[in-house]
Design a binder for this molecule. Structure first.
Ligand code: SF4
Length: 352
């Protein structure tokens, strides 16, 4: 049973955090790349990469990133193209653009460092309450409540909070739980322990309740509702959209690419020119691609041409951000994953 609400909150709090930290001391993860040489900058990059993305995917991206941008100043001084190229394939590209912008704000206003208060961190593009608190706790060892997907699941189950965590009422309850359980010390270890319990024990589909360190007062475990909490996002039909793209290829094998506008699908990335209908060129096999809110059916057509000559006949807009790229060049650009797949197939390369 959960502790009754009349019980002094410090007792309930201490018990939960103490058990979690004791478990983490023996079973937690301590050798992830961002846990070594832990700096606010490294914690920040890892936290942003880990939003919506699994640890196993993030590791390689994080290591590549740190080779190229070992310090915040290196990120601030880079071009948007370099940043997008390194992010290519991770999805949710506004995260990368915000990292770049925030690094520049830090150079201009915080002496080239991340600010050291939650209030100032939250004002940076792309940093919300949970990420700011993750930086405060993991990098500065201050007890600060975090609420990523894993922690939401643990708290919702442990406290027996039903409903979808995307609902503001449920979210408020979860924040209250997160804040009331904070320990006085070992802020970094507690945050890491909360995330680790969610990803190693209290997993979405097969939680290990029998060996869980906080099972003795877990409400979902007690009431047999573990598989019902948290409630899934209410289902909405995902619309489909056809995207006709043209692969203009010149006699040297270069392709014509244009940079997409900063907002919208694949904002800021390089992509193939689009047309309204699929009447031009030689049709190539279609490609399906799922975004969270949209199901894309990409319909490519190949147009072999001389450099520059294909533009007018296909009524493409004159754009400053349109250019021809050889395979070596486009390989280094930030491209949406399906577009990279298409171009790689064209070059006869295998894709990841
Ligand atoms: Fe999660 Fe089960 Fe532990 Fe409760 S007992 S926190 S449901 S793993």
């Amino acid at each position: 049973m959960p502790a009754p609400s009349s019980m002094p909150s410090s007792r309930k709090t201490d018990r939960f955090s103490e058990r979690l930290i004791a478990w983490w001391d023996h079973h937690g993860r301590k050798d992830l790349p961002w846990q070594k040489n832990r700096t606010p900058y490294r914690v920040w990059i890892s936290e942003i990469m880990l939003q919506q993305t699994q640890v196993s995917t993030v590791i390689a991206y994080f290591e590549r990133w740190m080779k190229k941008f070992p310090e915040l100043i290196d990120l601030a001084n880079s071009s948007e193209d370099e940043v997008m190229a390194l992010w290519s394939g991770l999805g949710y590209y506004s995260r990368a653009r915000n990292l770049h912008k925030s690094a520049q704000v830090c150079m201009d206003h915080f002496g080239g460092q991340l600010p050291e208060t939650t209030k100032e961190l939250i004002e940076l593009p792309g940093i919300g309450q949970s990420t700011a608190n993750a930086i405060m706790s993991l990098a500065h060892d201050k007890p600060a409540a975090i609420l990523d997907g894993n922690v939401k699941r643990v708290l919702a189950r442990h406290a027996g909070i039903e409903g979808w965590p995307g609902q503001s009422k449920i979210l408020r309850e979860l924040w209250n739980e997160a804040e009331s359980r904070l320990p006085q010390t070992r802020g970094a270890d507690y945050s890491q322990a909360s995330m680790d319990l969610g990803s190693l024990v209290c997993t979405r589909s097969s939680p290990g309740c029998a060996t869980c360190p906080v099972n003795d007062d877990c409400e979902a475990f007690r009431s047999g509702t573990v598989d019902k909490i948290p409630a899934p996002r209410p289902k909405k039909a995902v619309p489909s959209k056809s995207l006709h793209v043209l692969i203009f290829q010149d006699e040297q094998g270069r392709v014509l690419l244009e940079r997409r506008p900063p907002s919208g699908i694949w904002g800021g990335l390089w992509s193939l020119p689009e047309t309204k209908s699929g009447k031009s060129g030689t049709a190539l096999p279609e490609l399906e691609h799922r975004l969270t809110h949209l199901h894309l059916r990409i319909k490519p057509a190949l147009v072999t041409t001389r450099a520059g000559s294909g533009l007018k006949c296909h009524q493409l807009r004159e754009k400053a951000d349109t250019d021809w790229f050889s395979p070596d060049e486009w390989n280094r650009l930030g491209l949406p994953k399906p577009i990279r797949t298409l171009l790689s197939q064209l070059e006869g390369k295998t894709t990841a």
